[in-house]
Design a protein around this ligand. Structure first.
Ligand code: FAD
Length: 289
């Protein structure tokens, strides 16, 4: 099922993000974790993609397994920073053969060793045009950044390029993680003013251990509210307490987003079924309505 159809249903819903294994040896354990997440019957599951493309088969395997065994729609991520036209077309063909209708089209992070970048595409909009030309029926998503992409000069140029990307053929956007809802509301307001009218799915990352915080800051440069830093100061050294507090903290903005008219939320569940289960359980009387 296409993500746009899910979003059109008007019901409050939730999706989860998982990542594929990097090697064969951990394939089974990752598969089991993603199956547990799929068994919670989220609206969809999205499966990330290694920027270098080396694990692309695993992205397909995990996405296909979830779709076929659990009847949960999937989104396969695809990056283009190191891809050639041939590899993109071959991947698009495989997606079609597997019956995967949804693609999140990304540039990918530029590797520290820039010599590895030898693809035919500079930005995500190039990939989006390519996918559209291969199959007009793909439901194509793209990334957006409420706190501005780290490489952008400012939010004005970032939104200008976002508009260009959406105009290339995007059906929906998913945001980078953020930890302060007003940043999202303000972003939504600014992009709507610039004529970006496709659905925007907020991405929420439950932080359940102290190590994740530095990683999240590094990846997204996200602003961490003082009350969250206080929570980490208090519970960061106690793994069980930090997990419980982190899940509770992530549930709060989800409820606020629903209360403010957002119908669908994407949770960066990072192959952690326990986190996904607890969040689903916290929202059991809210979602599906
Ligand atoms: C929801 C989500 C899912 C993600 N999933 C993955 C994943 O599975 N695998 C992975 O490796 N990474 C993933 N990422 C990370 C992503 O690859 C990086 O953030 C990357 O640095 C940018 O990708 P993009 O598609 O947003 O790039 P782009 O849209 O190309 O933007 C990158 C930068 O270039 C600018 N720009 C955009 N278009 C142009 C243009 N035409 N000309 C000049 N400048 C331009 C933008 O303003 C921005 O500063 C994900 C990010 C998000 C938010």
């Amino acid at each position: 099922m296409k993500i746009t159809k899910i979003l059109d249903s008007g019901k409050l819903s939730l999706s989860f993000e998982v990542f594929p294994p990097k090697t064969d040896t951990v394939f089974e354990s990752v598969k089991t974790a993603t199956e547990r997440i799929a068994s919670l019957a989220p609206a969809y599951v999205s499966v990330t993609y290694g920027a270098g493309g080396g694990t692309s088969e695993y992205t397909l395997d995990i996405a296909k397994n979830i779709k076929d065994r659990y009847k949960v729609p999937t989104v396969a991520h695809m990056t283009c920073v190191s891809s050639t036209k041939e590899t993109v077309r071959a991947m698009a063909e495989k997606l079609r053969a597997c019956g995967i209708e949804n693609v999140l089209a990304l540039r990918g992070d530029i590797p520290a060793d820039k010599s590895l970048v030898k693809g035919d595409y500079l930005h995500a909009d190039d990939l989006i045009r390519e996918l559209r030309s291969v199959d007009a029926e793909f439901c194509i998503g793209a990334a957006c950044y409420p706190e501005v992409h780290p490489e952008s000069e400012n939010s004005v140029t970032d939104i200008k390029y976002l508009k260009q990307k959406v105009d290339a053929g995007v059906d929906f956007l998913t945001t980078q993680m953020f930890f302060d809802n007003p940043l999202f509301y303000s972003f939504l307001y600014r992009i709507r003013e610039k004529g970006i009218l496709v659905p925007v799915i907020p991405g929420i990352m439950p932080i359940t251990n102290a190590k994740q915080i530095e990683r999240a800051k590094q990846l997204s440069g996200s602003y961490m509210p003082h009350r969250f830093e206080q929570l980490v100061d208090k519970f960061g050294n106690d793994p069980l307490a930090m997990k419980q507090a982190g899940i509770a903290y992530a549930t709060d903005p989800i409820i606020d987003l629903y209360a403010n008219g957002i119908k669908h939320i994407h949770v960066y569940s990072m192959n952690n079924p326990e986190v996904a289960e607890k969040i689903m359980s916290n929202l059991s009387d809210i979602i599906g309505k």
